[in-house]
Write a protein that binds this ligand. Structure first.
Ligand SMILES: Nc1nc2c(ncn2[C@@H]2O[C@H](COP(=O)(O)OP(=O)(O)OP(=O)(O)O)[C@@H](O)[C@H]2O)c(=O)[nH]1
Length: 369
């Protein structure tokens, strides 16, 4: 009898040790999950979130390949990435689907995680050839408010890593956190763009230009590089509206904005300042450079007719005034310096209009004074 008790006691002790170990392991897993959550939630913007999804998951979960596929039928997310100067080639594992149908039925119908062997016919779209081909995988649909916004795909070169019947709680939780964070950063970027973008032409608006000008003046003061400003106005725009209608006029505005943008560097800033007026900030550019850019813009608009959506063609021209920030500005408020720079470019524009339009004038006198 005592022997039986001793054996039972030992068995219970063993069981207790096992349970304690299990509890410790669970606690470690929980802690790791919380670390994931915190990293994703703390990501400051789209680039940081995508970086953190790939780095954190590949390293901490020892996965051989992680891909993220986002539904982007309107090209909206890719446009946001371009505006944020995020080069898509930096993220070969970030994929986009233009249409759900392109992903195949088996994927679109997936409403909860799938764990199992990799099957290229069904899931090849999520692990394209340029990325590593896994042996086993977990595919996690990313859902927001009942809508599929993409897939997170985890792949391993070991066939036992993911198999049918494994618990999916953690993976489901991971999917919902990533879906919320993605939606959040993308919506934030959309909001920023709405507040600082001109809805007709898609270029920045006046508010953005004014904020950016203040920033650039501050930088110019600290680093002593040059900053120039172009004030661009479409000539006789009232006549254009009168001849092709307001909608045709809107199309001219869009095409002029696109032609100006095509002549600028990525670091320059273009904004629609008012009706048919645009302002460009040329970063690290003295007046001579600004005049050359302005001349290219003028020619790119005057030399090619604008073709409207109804195929009607018309000639448009612009007048441009240019001014450079005076590097030896006495210490005055940034607001004052900003408004004077714009006013000097505007004064040069006035001279260009007076001089017969379709021309560029630089505010040389003001620069010297
Ligand atoms: N289609 C369209 N027209 C606009 C928009 N905003 C302003 N306008 C028009 O732009 C015209 C500007 O005319 P004005 O300021 O008289 O100048 P202009 O005819 O371009 O003549 P100059 O600048 O002297 O060469 C007005 O007829 C406005 O109604 C817009 O968003 N769309």
């Amino acid at each position: 009898m005592p022997n039986k008790l001793v054996t039972e006691n030992m068995q219970l002790r063993d069981r207790l040790v096992q349970l304690l170990e299990q509890a410790k392991r669970n606690q470690q897993i929980m802690r790791r999950h919380q670390e994931f959550d915190l990293k994703f939630i703390a990501a400051n913007g789209l680039r940081e979130l995508v970086d953190s999804i790939f780095d954190t998951l590949s390293e901490s979960s020892q996965l051989d390949v992680v891909t993220l596929c986002l539904s982007d039928a309107d090209y909206d997310i890719r446009r946001i990435m371009a505006d944020l100067a995020i080069d898509q080639s930096e993220f070969p594992n970030l994929l986009f689907s233009d249409r759900e149908a392109d992903l195949g039925l088996s994927l679109v119908a997936l409403k909860s995680p799938f764990l199992g062997k990799f099957n290229s016919a069904k899931y090849g779209a999520l692990f394209p050839e340029q990325v590593l081909t896994p042996v086993s995988m977990a595919i996690v649909p990313l859902m927001r408010q009942g809508r599929l916004i993409g897939f997170l795909s985890l792949g391993s070169l070991h066939d036992s890593r993911f198999s049918n019947g494994m618990a999916t709680d953690f993976i489901e939780h991971l999917g919902s956190i990533i879906a919320i964070c993605l939606e959040n950063v993308i919506n934030n970027e959309r909001l920023k763009r709405i507040g600082l973008t001109d809805s007709l032409t898609g270029v920045n608006n006046r508010r953005y230009l004014e904020l950016r000008l203040r920033e650039e003046i501050g930088r110019t003061r600290r680093q002593e590089f040059s900053l120039s400003c172009l004030y661009i106005d479409i000539d006789h725009f009232k006549k254009i509206n009168d001849s092709v209608g307001h909608q045709g006029g809107d199309e001219v505005l869009q095409q002029v904005a696109a032609r100006i943008k095509a002549e600028l560097r990525l670091s320059d800033a273009l904004g629609r300042f008012g009706g048919e007026e645009f302002v460009v900030l040329l970063i690290d550019a003295p007046l001579t450079h600004a005049l050359a850019v302005a001349e290219r813009i003028r020619a790119s608009i005057a030399d090619q007719p604008v073709v409207l959506s109804n195929e009607e063609e018309l000639r448009a021209t612009v007048s441009i005034g240019a001014a450079e920030l005076n590097a030896t500005e006495p210490a005055r408020s940034i607001e004052k310096i900003a408004s004077e720079l714009i006013a000097r470019a505007d004064a040069a524009l006035y001279q260009a209009k007076e001089g017969g339009r379709n021309q560029v004038i630089g505010n040389v006198a003001a620069k010297a004074g």
